[in-house]
Write a protein that binds this ligand. Structure first.
Ligand code: AMP
Ligand code: GLY
Length: 377
């Protein structure tokens, strides 16, 4: 196996597995079997992201608050299950679908068409099973924890913007922007999330022989009845990672190594109290078929002025004949810090405006919920 051979050859001391697919495929297990320290869950534990049905059943066993659901393994079963739910229907392909495997619709006809597509192979094997869920109502927020299977280190909060359009309209994407911290997750709510969701997850996984090690990203719906789990990711999230790392003041490598060595006890994670915001610049067409090859002129001097108040992380870019071009759906992550969400937003969009990317677009309202709340204070 190439990664394991590379690690042995270079005496690599720690491997951090970022994306979900290799985790779900079991890369962490094969590296650990070779004695390599790994930050990231095993194949069994990564089912928390890899299978929606797995996570729903874990929630049942551990008493974790989440939406009611039905699993279906055939189109007939799924269509019949729609009768048990009110609109809007929430339909999810069971497996990994790059954040695009969830359909929410008010229309029964559209729901049946979406189910037909899922069972017809739209998401490949990921759609061989479908989960139909009760629709939860509330504001969404994300809570992060790093765990070595036993010890749990809370690792901050964020709010993502999954829909492609302003005002949270249009199809879901991998995320069009985020900010951290998310004040909507008050200290009281964070305590509830730890007690009612994170701890029971970590304890149940360990008790059942699937100890979870790595970062646990809980996507939450803050309902009137309290926080409920929408889904788990077994990675930091994109662009949540960019905003968390911009605020982290502790040594990340030490935390990850302690996690890999099951020695998180007593380790601390400290964050700047400032807000960090990332605005994603995507290629026209995303989340459908993105336009590739469009020229980007970063105007870096502009974007990075004010003593580095803004940073541009590259996601889907390439160099072609000496010109920076778009080479993916989400292309750039423009990230800025500020003492409030309003201030971080202003700096982030100042940098966005300095970038010339005519075949790209971004949402102009990242952080709108919190900016509105800050405006009322
Ligand atoms: P997921 O991939 O499971 O995070 O779902 C993507 C998005 O769909 C979430 O961020 C929510 O906006 C929405 N969603 C998922 N499940 C539900 C649910 N049960 N009720 C309401 N919205 C949901
Ligand atoms: N931005 C959401 C994710 O990475 O899953």
């Amino acid at each position: 196996m190439q990664v394991a051979a590379f690690c042995a050859e270079r005496a690599i001391g720690l491997v951090v597995i970022g994306p979900e697919a290799p985790l779900v495929d079991g890369l962490a297990d094969s590296l650990r079997a070779q004695g390599v320290a790994v930050f990231g869950p095993s194949k069994l534990a990564a089912q928390l992201e890899g299978s929606k049905a797995f996570t729903k059943e874990l929630c049942d066993r551990a008493g974790i608050p989440t939406a009611g659901y039905v699993r279906a393994t055939s189109l007939e079963q799924a269509v019949a299950a729609l009768d048990k739910f009110d609109v809007p229907y929430v339909l999810k392909a069971d497996g990994l679908a790059a954040g695009k495997g969830v359909v929410i619709t008010e229309s029964r006809t559209e729901a049946e068409a979406a189910l037909t597509d899922m069972f017809g192979g739209q998401f490949g094997a990921a759609g061989a099973e479908v989960v139909i869920e009760e629709c939860m109502v509330g504001e969404e927020a994300s809570f992060f924890a790093i765990t070595d299977g036993t010890n749990i280190l809370p690792f901050g909060t964020a709010q993502d913007h999954k829909r492609v359009g302003e005002g949270d309209e249009g199809p879901n994407t991998g995320g069009m922007g985020a900010y951290s911290p998310a004040p909507v997750l008050t200290p009281e709510l964070q305590t509830r999330v730890m007690e009612e969701i994170i701890k029971p997850t970590v304890e149940t996984m360990r008790a059942e022989g699937m100890a979870y090690s790595g970062v646990l990203y809980a996507g939450l719906m803050l309902t009137e009845a309290g926080p409920k789990l929408i889904e788990y990711n077994c990675r930091f999230g994109d662009p949540e990672c960019q905003v968390l790392m911009t605020r982290l003041t502790s040594d990340l490598a030490k935390i990850m190594l302690a996690c890999a060595q099951e020695a998180l006890d007593g380790v601390e994670a400290n964050f700047s109290p400032a807000t960090a915001m990332t605005v994603v610049m995507a290629a026209n067409g995303y989340p459908g078929t993105p336009a590739k090859g469009g020229a980007i002129n970063l105007g870096l001097a502009e974007a990075l002025r004010d003593g580095g108040a803004a940073k541009v992380f590259h996601a889907g870019t390439a160099m072609k004949d000496g010109q920076l071009v778009a080479n993916g759906g989400r292309v750039l992550n423009v990230t800025a810090k500020g003492m409030s969400v309003t201030e971080a937003q202003k700096t982030a969009y100042g940098a966005v405006d300095a970038i010339d990317f005519p075949s790209g677009f971004c949402r102009r309202d990242i952080g709108w919920r919190e900016v509105e709340r800050e405006g009322k204070c």
